[in-house]
Design a binder for this molecule. Structure first.
Ligand code: GLA
Length: 702
């Protein structure tokens, strides 16, 4: 619900509230963010005066959208240059329009016809608010936008906050960390063109919450390109966080009467600690972000032969895997890299999206028919944004890649980045990909992207070159949108050398992410754990593979239990699996199918942590109606001294329901109240123990 009263705006969700007000001097300032307090008056608060000539009052404001101008020295959201050289922007409240759960607040520069509209949408049931910004140039000259954050968020009070993000790298994505921000700025960003593997475009802020209780504030940017999250704490000792397009090497020339939309940010507050954050974003993503076509459908169990065969795919070795895949219950058979152009390794072929006739003499149809006859759908890998210099495409159009004059392009993985801001590149990609989808019964695309962008010059953009990062991202998603509209039955997975494209911008066009190329089950526990903080379970593909370090391969049961924590898939060389292994796989896949609606759509709790729970890692999923639950326990270490007894508390069950489940080989019935409060005891008998516990509410006879 949104209420305006005396120029104070109250944005209420079921449990939270966000308030800002027009101050007597015309500035728009944030007044409150936290638990719901109702439409209660008492606002606006009164900003005090200057603290002296070095600390003007503007730096003590909590502006809802700050522009660089006047005596403002803290980080600001918007910075522009007018055509006459004026770089001083002075925004004041102009008007607002309120329509149900959406609110637009318009700010205008005091002199120039530059309009800034702040858009808000409230999702009461989800305890989430989404905001975005449009800047419109109604002057007769162009205006250069040098920075445009999507949101400024002010954390309450003056005590420092612990700010959380992830620090990752290829094959070690999503490793959570936090720092206490005492003074200055803390920046999480990407300059690599995509979100990349390092930081993630979000923040969580708290002052001592735990996994299950305490206040936590969070926000995520719905954008998939260069981003910047900047938390800062200055002389006023208040913490503010800006989220938006990275202003590094960014500028956007706004022609007269043109507008620029900054991507949305969604944000929220919870009193339930980190699990409150995870469940809020998990539900919000399911209800409002995932592409509609597959949002309500569970993801199929997929097989992909990349780790088994790498680039050497051909009609024989692919067909040879089909029956084993079908027998174990695979629903989607995917062919990865290597099927097109002159692709024998990563040094050639990217850009030539035509079937390699040496490997597939009769095209893809015989393989797809074989897959379909075995009862599975077929999916294919592509990497459309890239080109190898050793390709027909590059030989024909060497000017289709980003480049600077008088500079040689740096190759990474032997490839270059196509200039997607060129219409002809977009059309070429659309023509190739749509032909593939039209001519073949393909139901899934793994859309990869395997290098950071460098020498990012786009001569076609003239003076607007620094807009290239933003325009590339826009062109990419326009291309995806075009394909999704024409081929609504095809689902798309976002992969970027593993987890280089995990963000909520991508989740508008992709149905799932590939979180990491590291499929080793023990490493994967930490990657999945970090991922689960802020991203939805359903979108997380997880493969069972043959990877093992130092000849140590963890048991298949453990690998399956680990991969069942997301969208279960298989990526091992199933042509070499024994009969026993294939049977085991079939059993786990059948089990997964019987509970995947709970896992993919349920609430989610991290109930035991490797570091704090004696080497036990456990997660639990609970259906929204609380009738079903699944707990998955992994103990990757021996912890010999602890093996006698371990204790595990469950979460999120209905106190008043009774649940039936198997524990230590016995069928038990316990109330939700019991299970939510009394820990269950068990013994781990060996290294790499794993357990999957399914709880079902028992019908109560009245
Ligand atoms: C990237 C992906 C892998 C695989 C290869 C193929 O590394 O992350 O899953 O698809 O490309 O070249």
């Amino acid at each position: 619900m949104i209420t305006e009263k005396n120029n104070v705006f109250y944005l209420e969700t079921q449990n939270t509230e966000y308030i800002f007000a027009v101050h007597p001097n015309g500035t728009l300032q944030n007044e409150y963010w936290g638990a719901r307090i109702g439409v209660c008056g008492g606002f606006p608060g009164k900003p005090s005066g200057d603290r002296g000539s070095n600390d003007p009052v503007e730096d003590f404001y909590t502006e809802e959208y700050s522009a660089w101008g006047g005596a403002r020295f803290k980080e600001c959201a918007l910075k522009v240059s007018f055509a006459d050289g004026n770089r001083d922007l002075k925004l004041h409240f102009a008007s607002f329009s309120l329509n149900g759960e959406t609110l637009d607040v318009v700010l205008k520069d005091d002199f120039y016809a530059l309009w800034v509209t702040l858009h808000y949408t409230v999702f009461p049931q989800n305890d989430v608010i989404r905001r975005s910004v449009t800047v419109k140039n109604e002057t007769e000259n162009s205006v250069t936008v040098e920075r445009i954050a999507s949101a400024v968020l002010h954390l309450p009070g003056k005590r420092p906050f612990h700010i959380h993000n992830v620090s990752g790298a290829w094959s070690g994505e999503q490793q959570p960390f936090s720092e206490t921000l005492q003074s200055g700025s803390m920046i999480f960003e990407s300059r690599k063109g995509s979100t990349a593997h390092g930081n993630s475009p979000y923040f969580i802020a708290e002052q001592g919450c735990t996994e299950f209780s305490g206040d936590a504030y969070f926000a995520a940017l719905e954008y998939s390109g260069n981003f910047k999250v900047c938390a800062s704490r200055g002389a006023d000792h208040r913490t503010q966080v800006l989220l938006g397009i990275n202003d590094f090497d960014f500028a956007y020339i706004l022609d007269p009467h043109a507008a620029l939309d900054a991507p949305p940010v969604f944000f929220g507050f919870t009193e339930q600690g980190f699990s409150g954050v995870s469940n809020t974003v998990n539900r919000f993503a399911l209800d409002h972000i995932f592409p509609k076509a597959f949002a309500e459908k569970p993801l199929p169990v997929l097989y992909n032969s990349w780790e088994a065969l790498e680039f050497s795919v051909n009609i024989e070795n692919q067909t040879a895997l089909v029956q084993n895949a079908a027998d174990m219950g695979i629903e989607l058979f995917v062919m990865d890299d290597g099927w097109f152009g002159a692709r024998k390794n990563d040094r050639a072929g990217l850009g030539d999206w035509f079937v390699n006739r040496e490997k597939f003499p009769d095209g893809l149809t015989p393989l797809i028919d074989c897959v379909n006859r075995a009862g599975m759908d077929f999916g294919l890998w592509v990497e459309p944004e890239m080109v190898n210099p050793d390709s027909d495409l590059y030989r024909a159009h060497p000017d289709w890649v980003y480049h600077f004059p008088n500079r040689e392009n740096r190759l990474l993985r032997s490839q270059l980045v196509l200039n997607l801001t060129l219409d002809e590149v977009q059309d070429y990609l659309y023509d190739c990909l749509s032909a593939l989808l039209r001519e073949n019964n393909i139901r899934y695309i793994k859309w990869d992207m395997n290098r950071a962008y460098s020498e990012a010059g786009a001569p076609n953009l003239g003076d607007n070159q620094k807009a290239m990062w933003y325009l590339h991202n826009r062109a990419l998603f326009a291309l995806l949108e075009r394909l999704r509209t024409e081929f609504p039955a095809v689902s798309f997975e976002a992969c970027a050398s593993g987890g280089g494209r995990i963000d909520y911008g991508a989740l508008h066009a992709f149905d799932m992410y590939w979180p990491s190329d590291n499929t080793e089950a023990v490493d994967r526990i930490r990657i999945q754990n970090g991922y689960s903080r802020m991203y939805p379970t359903k979108a997380m593909r997880a493969w069972v593979t043959d990877i093992g370090w130092n000849a140590l391969r963890v048991p298949l049961d453990f690998r399956f239990a680990c991969a069942m924590r997301g969208a279960l898939s298989v990526g091992g060389n199933i042509g070499k699996w024994s009969k026993e292994e294939l049977d085991t796989a079939a059993q786990y896949i059948a089990l997964y199918k019987s509970v995947r609606d709970v896992i993919q759509f349920g609430d989610f709790y991290r109930i035991a942590d490797l570091d704090t729970d004696e080497g036990l890692n456990a997660v639990q999923y609970v259906s929204r109606d609380k009738t079903r639950s699944v707990a998955i326990l992994l103990t990757p270490f021996t912890q010999f001294h602890l093996q006698k007894e371990r204790l595990l508390s469950l979460r999120g069950l209905d106190d008043h329901k009774t649940y039936r489940f198997t524990w230590n080989g016995e069928t038990l019935e316990r109330t939700g109240a019991f299970l939510n409060h009394v820990p269950l005891a068990f013994e781990t008998k060996r290294t790499f123990d794993s357990r999957i516990v399914v709880l079902e509410a028992v019908e109560q006879s009245s």
